[in-house]
Design a protein around this ligand. Structure first.
Ligand code: C2E
Ligand code: MG
Ligand code: MG
Ligand code: MG
Length: 301
């Protein structure tokens, strides 16, 4: 260390290089620790699902997206972008995905008991490209839904465009299986990937979720940004798909998007993803609405 300090004093360029190496080393150690903690995290189930509400264009609650968090025993709450890639890299995405599906369906059962099947909000879960090719997830979803006797239309899976392109034939078969069960399919982060229009038509997709990037661009009020979102929504309508706009942070955008024909909204304007303990108080003031009578995306988001 004294040597390093001396080098640093001598020539700052070299010092920065050494500092950088140390930083990289720390990052690698950190990653390794997280990686080795993951086994335990999965076997002890240290994951929690947070739920972010989705509202229709009449401002009625229609469902929630389940978003995973890792409650690490010493590091606290870890966000999915910081651990899902590690899970995928270490081939643990399968048991993780099964945990997520189990939890989400158990939550759906709670909603159904609290609010009745007619008023039950739907839940969507995120499924990655690596997960969807595996048929165990489909079996688990099917058996959990029947275990609780829950109608399948209350559950949705969110897939990104990249998941559709890899292993196309297998993915297509899985989506058909899920769709035949009555589960809804949402295409997540739409517009950021490379899915073709024919893909949208030939896969069993119910809903497009327009990526947050397009929605935040709307705030700048340029005609280009607005026309782009309009084009996506019109295309979705032509293909009989519903549209959810992600990343809604302010109210004006909701009116704009509603005028263009957007069906549903999700974002910090309504709520950040909520811990399970926060759900009851979030739901309480919404319960006077007759949500079910006007579902724009029938019986699901
Ligand atoms: P996503 O599926 O696109 O989820 C939306 C992300 O945007 C969430 O981040 C959410 O908190 C955030 N978000 C929602 N509304 C707003 C807003 O108004 N403004 C801003 N700035 N952000 C907003 P989160 O929870 O960190 O999740 C990140 C990603 O991790 C998700 O993106 C999803 O791809 C992935 N992910 C989360 N849970 C799971 C899971 O259980 N399994 C898998 N495979 N992936 C997951
Ligand atoms: Mg999602
Ligand atoms: Mg998304
Ligand atoms: Mg997104």
């Amino acid at each position: 260390n004294a040597d390093i300090a001396m080098y640093q004093a001598k020539e700052s360029g070299r010092g920065q290089a050494i500092f950088f190496q140390h930083k990289m080393f720390d990052d690698i150690v950190h990653l390794h620790r997280l990686e080795s903690d993951l086994d335990k995290a999965i076997s002890q189930d240290q994951f929690e699902l947070y739920y972010q509400p989705i509202f229709n264009n009449e401002q009625q609650l229609i469902g929630f997206e389940a978003l995973a968090r890792w409650q690490h025993p010493s590091r606290g709450l870890i966000m999915p972008l910081d651990f899902v890639p590690i899970i995928e890299k270490t081939n643990k995405i399968k048991p993780f995905g099964l945990l997520v599906a189990r939890k989400a369906i158990a939550q759906l059962d709670k909603f159904r008991h609290l609010y009745g099947v007619e008023q039950c909000p739907s839940i969507s879960i995120n499924v990655s490209a690596l997960q969807i090719v595996d048929d165990e997830i489909v079996q688990l979803i099917e058996s959990q839904l029947s275990h609780y006797a829950l109608p399948a239309h209350l559950l949705a899976i969110e897939l990104t465009e990249s998941a559709l392109i890899e292993n196309h034939a297998l993915v297509k078969a899985r989506l058909k299986q899920l769709s035949d069960l009555g589960i809804k399919i949402y295409l997540d982060d739409f517009g950021t990937g490379y899915s073709s229009l024919s893909l949208l038509q030939h896969l069993n997709i119910d809903v497009l979720k327009i990526d947050r990037a397009f929605i935040s661009a709307l705030a700048e009020q340029t005609p280009e940004a607005k026309n782009l979102v309009k084009a996506i929504i019109h295309m979705a309508q032509a293909l009989h798909l519903k549209v959810i706009a992600e990343g809604i942070e302010d109210k004006q955008i909701i009116a704009q998007l509603t005028a263009i024909g957007c069906h549903a909204f999700q974002g910090y304007y309504y709520a950040k993803p909520l811990a399970v303990a926060q759900l009851a108080s979030f739901m309480a003031p919404l319960l006077n609405h007759k949500r079910h009578s006007n579902r724009v995306i029938p019986n699901s988001v």
